[in-house]
Ligand binder design. Sequence first.
Ligand SMILES: [Zn+2]
Length: 286
Amino acid sequence: MPAAAMSEIVQSARAAGRGIGAFNVIGIEHAEAIVAGAEAAASPVVLQISENCAAYHGALEPIARACLSIAGSVDVPVAVHLDHATREDLVHAAAGLAVQSVMYDASALSYERNVEATAAVTRWCHDHGIWVEAELGEIGGKNGVHSPLARTRPDEAAAYVAATGVDALAVAVGSSHAMLTRDASLDLGLIAEIHQAVSVPLVLHGSSGVADAGLAAAVRAGMTKINVATQLNKAFTAAVRACLNGDAGMVDPRRYGSAGRDAVAAEVARLLRVIGGADDPVSPVE
Ligand SMILES: [Zn+2]
């Protein structure tokens, strides 16, 4: 089947009070592993390609085509999403490749300029059938310059969604990008307040820095899309490192690559159970 629609995946998760895992792809092994993990957890999933990942591959097209092909090869719903695009031409490239959801990131701009730029991109995307996520309240950690103390105000979030027309909103509630430890403390009361104030699904970036219990609590408080990148890279790299350290004669990338892929698949399946509610003794089973 073709890649699934982000709107359907996210809206059904929000209606059920569940989280949806959105995992960042680096290479094709990541995409294969994320989808394998989703199959193991019998869960929908999002494959995300960041602007930085497209730059790593030299262009969006090769990695996007690989993700779309992998997304269409399995029985669980898989959406393919462009993550943290700061350039409009990349949004247009995504549309040309049939990538039907994007995160447009104007969070580094002032509030007024963020609204203006995001509203324009959202109008263009909606005219082309594309789902749009945007960010308000710069989430820490990208380029190492922003603080995890940043917070999105509920009233400003509601005004921003109304002014831009976005389909989902990434908010700053205590997490920070690229954390290697899982000890970020989320402001659960603020998540609940923003959830009350805003009609669209909320997105948590920097989820790798949040422990399992915090992720489950964030979903219970009203978070829907849970973005994870660094946590998978830690699993992939640890497995590859263990392989190479254990055998100085290993030169076939398929051997250590498959170890990395297996480790990512297991971590994706585990995280999907945490944020999808399956391992949460507090939530009733759907
Ligand atoms: Zn992010």
